[in-house]
Design a binder for this molecule. Structure first.
Ligand SMILES: NC(=O)c1ccc[n+]([C@@H]2O[C@H](COP(=O)([O-])OP(=O)(O)OC[C@H]3O[C@@H](n4cnc5c(N)ncnc54)[C@H](O)[C@@H]3O)[C@@H](O)[C@H]2O)c1
Ligand SMILES: [Zn+2]
Length: 361
């Protein structure tokens, strides 16, 4: 198993990555000394596919397991669902000392992490990510949240897990759309800091889509290392560095929200990255041939090349609601080249307009 340390002083933890490594989960948890009372939070789909096996390997090693299951999908990342979970957990948690295991994709990771952060002002939790997006992105870095009616992730915290346990064999049951969705974030890492990764994805994306284990392992590991490195240098997005992870997300989130989640996160981000690259070209920062390469890779993966059914005004309104965008005074992450981005303030409205128009179906 590969071990990637995430250094954050007293909040440091390890990201463990392997293939068919579930049997070693109990030992790894025991080493953390969190006690034996584990509460698994999962969604119905993941629970049906993998929940029993996870519970069994833990029970076989002496853990006491209680599982709470929520419906799959973004709608579960809500205040009411979180509070209901907390009530249920509190009723169960009498005379125990529990910790939480988030078993699922980004929705479960964000929701269970949020519950762990606020229940009794914080109890330990572990991330066991089961989607590609969660394995390479959302499970790492301690951003936990639920959505509010006015916007995504508006109630949340920075609350680090005690461990991220990534088994790439979970990805075998994921459908192709979810794999493509996660790959959008891998392309993002290539663009922001790692040209070699980008080139590797150009060469190997088909093997990745076919779930070739060697390729999966390499990409998941490379991306996890990048995320860990950025987070360790800027845990709370205060120094600006962590902001580079938002490449493609300013407009991507706006599309995701405005379209009321018709697009998956990675799909919306793919369109957002195309727009950010386009703005970068208009600003004279990025060569047209690099912009074409970015678009070509996203298209070969099968990620959307345009959006439909949205007005420009809806996307702009949604962008202006974005907490980061407001706080950061119209700041965009723009590309200089593949592997290098810059944070640019005060991007002209007409360039944003042009980018939004360019990718309308
Ligand atoms: N905290 C962060 O830093 C961060 C970063 C990026 C995204 N996010 C959040 O992550 C969420 C999206 O995450 P996601 O794309 O993983 O969505 P998700 O958790 O909804 O999972 C997608 C679907 O895949 C199913 N699924 C999960 N694992 C499976 C498996 N192994 N086999 C078969 N089906 C499986 C789920 O039931 C769900 O229907 C969004 O809410 C987004 O805001 C958070
Ligand atoms: Zn993202």
């Amino acid at each position: 198993m590969k071990i990637i340390p995430l250094e954050l002083k007293e909040n440091s933890y390890e990201i463990l990555i392997g293939n068919q490594v579930l049997d070693s989960l109990p030992k790894k948890i025991k080493a953390l000394k969190l006690g034996k009372d584990a509460v698994i939070i999962s969604d119905k789909t993941v629970s049906r596919l993998h929940g029993q096996r996870v519970a069994k390997v833990l029970r076989d090693e002496g853990f006491v397991i209680k599982t709470f299951v929520v419906p799959p999908g973004e709608k579960s990342k809500s205040g009411p669902v979180a509070l209901k979970l907390i009530e249920d957990i509190a009723r169960y948690d009498v005379g125990r000392k529990i910790f939480i295991i988030a078993l699922g994709g980004g929705v479960i990771g964000d929701l269970a992490g949020f519950v762990a952060a606020i229940y009794k002002r914080g109890i330990p939790y572990i991330q066991v990510p089961t989607t590609l997006l969660a394995q390479i992105d959302s499970a790492i870095g301690g951003k936990v949240a639920v959505d509010l009616a006015v916007g995504k992730n508006l109630a949340g915290a920075f609350y680090q897990p005690k461990m991220v346990f990534t088994d790439i064999s979970f990805l075998k049951t994921l459908d192709a759309r979810q794999i493509r969705n996660g790959l959008a974030e891998a392309v993002k890492y290539g663009i922001i800091v790692d040209k070699q990764l980008f080139v590797y994805l150009e060469k190997s994306f088909q093997d990745f889509l076919n779930l070739d284990e060697g390729v999966l392992q390499r990409v998941v590991e490379t991306c996890s290392r990048i995320k860990a490195s950025v987070v360790s240098k800027d845990e709370k997005e205060s120094g600006g560095l962590r902001m580079i992870l938002n490449f493609g997300h300013t407009l991507g989130h706006a599309i995701e929200n405005a379209a009321a989640f018709r697009y998956h996160h990675g799909e919306a981000v793919a369109i957002g990255m195309r727009m950010a690259a386009h703005i970068s070209v208009l600003k004279g920062m990025l060569l047209q041939k690099d912009d074409q390469r970015i678009n070509a890779l996203l298209s070969s993966i099968g990620l959307p090349d345009s959006y439909a059914g949205l007005l420009k005004s809806q996307i702009i309104a949604s962008m202006n609601h974005d907490k980061k965008f407001i706080a950061a005074q119209n700041r965009f992450v723009l590309a200089r080249s593949i592997g290098r981005v810059e944070i640019v303030s005060g991007v002209e409205g007409d360039l944003i307009d042009k980018a939004i128009k360019q990718f309308k179906k």
